[in-house]
Design a protein around this ligand. Structure first.
Ligand code: ZN
Ligand code: ZN
Length: 308
């Protein structure tokens, strides 16, 4: 862990039947408060899915112990990382029909190790002739980092993945390797593909986060997008020093610029940068004023350039 890391972060999920997710939510909120957690928890009748963080490794360890004691989890795969600053504003929990949105609440993985490949097995399978590696994530996640030679589905959201896949016309027995950030999207994806007749599909166990923990600087190139203030993690699972969220569209940005209205240093994404006005200003507020009064200066919107 880096010296500057203040927060201990973990990502995990489990498909298991929860009779009463509303009650589990109450218990979980209490346990989260006891460990001063921040993060996001999605609960449903099919299980739970969370990324959360504690202000010390000890507090996170106490929370993990509670999870293992409370649920019938066996060997839970916690994907750990760190953050220099608080990665979520607070702890939020939500009950939803699905713990990862795919539009198929009826597809519930019942075997956690169904067609999973460890990082070592994954590297061997990728090297075999004729295998295809397919990223199941969104286009902006792919853009900042992916596996060498991975197919980019160029989708806006995971629910579009099956339609993209059908269009590829892969033979039903082709060996296909799919991956995502922490593994949960693939759990549903693999069942959907099997339903469609593809019976030689495998997923990366624990996703990119588990792979980078075991194999930094190998077959995964670039950084791994994460859904919190860190924006992305580098090869050592350290918070990105390259990307910040673009103030205009919320996607990862890496172009450092100076705002034409307030002269704050800011970061913008490659899609917004070429746009008139938007690409030149640090915030929605400066964009509004720059449109109303072109050329007029205003108060600084960003006090100091600090990276999450
Ligand atoms: Zn943008
Ligand atoms: Zn500005």
């Amino acid at each position: 862990m880096s010296e500057s890391a203040a927060w201990s972060v973990t990502t995990f999920y489990r498909f298991l039947p929860l009779e009463n997710p509303e009650q589990v939510k109450i218990d979980w909120d209490q346990a989260a408060a006891a460990s001063d957690l921040c993060g996001l928890l999605i609960l449903g009748k099919e299980g739970f899915n969370t990324t959360c963080a504690a202000p010390s490794p000890e507090k996170l360890a106490a929370f993990k112990a509670w999870v293992l004691k409370t649920f019938d989890c066996g060997d839970m795969l916690f994907k750990d990382s760190v953050s220099r600053t608080q990665p979520f504003p607070k702890f939020k929990s939500k009950v939803r029909p699905e713990i990862v949105t795919f539009g198929t609440p009826e597809l519930i993985p019942n075997n956690e190790n169904h067609r999973h490949l460890s990082p070592e097995e994954w590297d061997r399978a990728m090297a075999e002739d004729g295998t295809v590696v397919v990223d199941t994530r969104n286009w902006y996640e792919y853009r900042i980092g992916s596996f060498k030679n991975a197919v980019n589905p160029n989708i806006e959201q995971f629910t579009e993945f099956p339609e993209f896949f059908e269009k590829q016309n892969y033979t039903k027995d082709k060996k296909i390797l799919i991956f995502c950030t922490g593994g949960i999207r693939c759990e549903k994806g693999i069942l959907e593909l099997e339903k469609a007749g593809y019976d030689n599909v495998y997923q990366l166990e624990g996703g990119i986060l588990n792979y980078l923990e075991k194999k930094p600087n190998e077959q995964f190139e670039g950084e791994c997008f994460v859904f919190d203030n860190r924006v992305a993690l580098d090869q050592n699972l350290e918070p990105s020093r390259k990307y910040k969220l673009c103030p205009h569209c919320g996607q990862p940005g890496e172009l450092v610029k100076s705002c034409v209205r307030c002269e704050s240093e800011f970061v913008v994404c490659v899609s917004c940068e070429p746009k008139e006005i938007v690409g030149q200003v640090c915030s929605k507020n400066c964009a509004h004023h720059a449109k109303m009064h072109p050329g007029r200066k205003g108060a600084k919107q960003i006090r100091a350039f600090s990276h999450p």
